[in-house]
Every structure is written in structure tokens, then in C-alpha cells.
Write a new protein. Structure first.
Ligand code: SF4
Ligand code: SF4
Length: 296
């Protein structure tokens, strides 16, 4: 993660490079459409990084088409108990917040799928009976497409822990570039891990009761994180003004609206970026970027 002092340094230098997260309280709102369109509209005169932190289902590459040419594995440290040293005191099980280690009389069990690799058990074991061994939980891939550097994380099937993968994706952040982060949907830990350290968060929503409900939840998360945010309303024209009314009453800027349009839906279904299929959208996304710059 980019350190706060580094963020501050960038602002003092007056650079326009920003880290912009693109999130949504729920899936299917068009978050990736917005993230990729923003990245593609900036690449003309900027070096841009697009980080796909939606590690359970990364799909920004479908639109950006990078040549992924570098791959690295991500491991989490899982405890390994040396029972010749263990006194079965139970301290490791007591300290584990995830119930990933259990002590039953003269038996000790580790549940790797629950372990978050925090290291607390090995640190606190009085007998130094716990060592750690790496377990691969996913990969990070990097590649280029023109002026866009793409980084995507992929969580292995069956693994539950997205945050370590997301942290590793974010280690690739280059503060000299404009950085767009495609955040997983929802408001859980992976979302917070993805958004942390951003200069701004764009919340993509749709004008439906579900969209409003999930936008509300996402706004609460951003208030707690203290990160400035604004809204993009996708598929407008559904005759539901409640999202607009909510943003107005909360003083949340609506920075862009994208109409419900069969042409846009067709492009999306074919993996064609909006700004390439309908080039006038390029200017609208550049304006969106400039508006964000004024708000940061
Ligand atoms: S804390 Fe160490 S000694 Fe105690 S039960 Fe766990 S592994 Fe064994
Ligand atoms: S490393 Fe952390 S999460 Fe894993 S078993 Fe030890 S205390 Fe629990």
C-alpha cells in the first residue's frame, strides 16, 4: 500500500497523478466498464496503471487486453507445529481470532483454509514449537497494453482470503502514474483493502432500490475510511430518481451518468470498451478525471 506520507508528497508536488478506486456496493453495476473506460481515456497522454483487485473474478483484462508477461505466486505463512516441543498449553488456539488452530488434550490441529497467516500463534508460543510454511493462495500477473500497465490478482479456486492477494497487487503501485483500481463488489474486507490509500473513490451505482441500498452501505464505509468520493450512475432512464435524490440530500457529487442504452450493453457483452466503441465517451471520461482532480 502507498504510504500516507508518499501520498502527501505527491499532492505537495502538485502532480495530477492520483489513485482512484472504482467501487460499487453490489455486483453488476458497471464498475469495470467505468474503471476500464477511465484508464483508456487517460492513456493518450498519461502513463496509467490499472489494478484489478477483484481477485475472485478479475475481468478488466477482457477490455484492456494486456499481454500478461510476468507472473508471481502469492503465499501466506501457515503454522506448522513441532509436537516434540509442544506442551499443549493451548495459547496458540486462544490467540487465534479465526479458529484456525485447535488444541484438544494431546492433539493439535491447524485448519489452513481458515488461517489468515497473521503469525500471532508462532509469535506467542512459549515453546517456540510453531514454524511457518508458505501456502500458495493465488497469483499476480502484470502486462502492458499501449500506455496502460495492467496488474491483476487471481485468487486460487477454493481459497477464501482475498486481502493478501490485494495487498500484493497494490505493492505494484507506481506513484508516478495515474492509478485506477477496480475494486471487488460489496463492502467487506477485500473492498476496504482495495480502497485504502486511494486519493478518491468513485462509487458506481444504478437507479434502482437495490442500487440505492448498496450505495448507502458503500457511502458509510467511505465515511469511516475518510476518503473523498463521488458517484457514477449507470443505466439512467429507469425512471427512479431515488439515487439522485439521495446524493443530492447527502451532498454527494454525481460526477457522471451513463444512460441505459442497448448499444452500450452490446459493446460490453462483446468485450469492447465503451470509449472505443463510442469515441465521444472518451472526452466525458477525461472530464470525469478532471472533476475528480478538483475534488481531491
Ligand atoms: S502455544 Fe505452542 S506449546 Fe502451546 S499448544 Fe500451541 S504450539 Fe503447543
Ligand atoms: S497464523 Fe494467525 S490466523 Fe493462522 S493459525 Fe496462527 S493465529 Fe490463527
Amino acid at each position: 500500500m502507498l504510504q500516507p506520507e508518499l501520498l502527501q508528497m505527491r499532492h505537495e508536488d502538485g502532480e495530477r497523478s492520483m489513485i482512484i478506486s472504482v467501487a460499487s456496493g453490489k455486483g453488476g453495476t458497471g464498475k469495470t466498464l467505468v474503471a476500464t473506460s477511465l484508464a483508456l481515456s487517460l492513456k493518450v497522454d498519461n502513463k496509467v496503471q490499472l489494478l484489478d483487485c477483484d481477485v475472485e473474478e478479475p475481468n478488466a483484462h477482457i477490455f484492456i487486453k494486456p499481454d500478461f508477461n510476468h507472473k508471481e505466486q502469492v503465499f501466506v505463512p501457515i503454522p506448522k507445529v513441532d509436537e516434540t516441543k509442544c506442551t499443549y498449553c493451548g495459547k496458540c488456539a486462544e490467540v487465534c481470532a479465526y479458529n484456525a488452530i485447535a488444541v484438544m488434550l494431546k492433539h493439535i490441529l491447524v485448519f489452513p483454509e481458515l488461517c489468515h497467516g497473521c503469525g500471532a500463534c508462532s509469535y506467542l508460543c512459549p515453546e517456540s514449537a510453531i514454524s511457518e510454511e508458505g501456502k500458495e493462495i493465488g497469483i499476480i500477473e502484470t502486462g502492458n497494453s499501449g500506455n496502460i500497465v495492467s496488474v491483476r490478482g487471481k485468487l486460487n479456486v477454493g481459497e477464501a482470503m482475498a486481502p493478501p492477494i490485494i495487498r500484493n497487487v497494490k505493492k505494484h503501485i507506481d506513484p508516478e502514474m495515474s492509478v485506477i483500481i477496480d475494486v471487488p463488489p460489496g463492502t467487506s474486507c477485500p473492498v476496504i483493502e482495495s480502497i485504502k490509500g486511494s486519493d478518491f473513490c468513485l462509487l458506481v451505482t444504478e437507479p434502482t432500490p437495490f442500487g440505492l441500498n448498496d450505495l448507502n452501505l458503500a457511502v458509510e464505509v467511505l465515511k469511516k475510511l475518510g476518503i473523498p468520493y463521488g458517484v457514477v450512475i449507470n443505466r439512467t432512464g429507469l425512471a427512479d430518481e431515488k439515487v439522485n435524490d439521495y446524493c443530492h440530500s447527502e451532498g454527494i457529487p454525481v460526477l457522471l451518468t451513463i444512460p441505459l442504452d442497448i448499444k452500450i450493453a452490446n459493446l460490453y457483452s462483446k468485450g469492447i470498451p465503451l470509449v472505443e466503441g463510442i469515441p465521444e465517451w472518451q472526452e466525458r471520461f477525461r472530464e470525469l478525471f478532471n472533476k475528480i482532480g478538483e475534488l481531491v
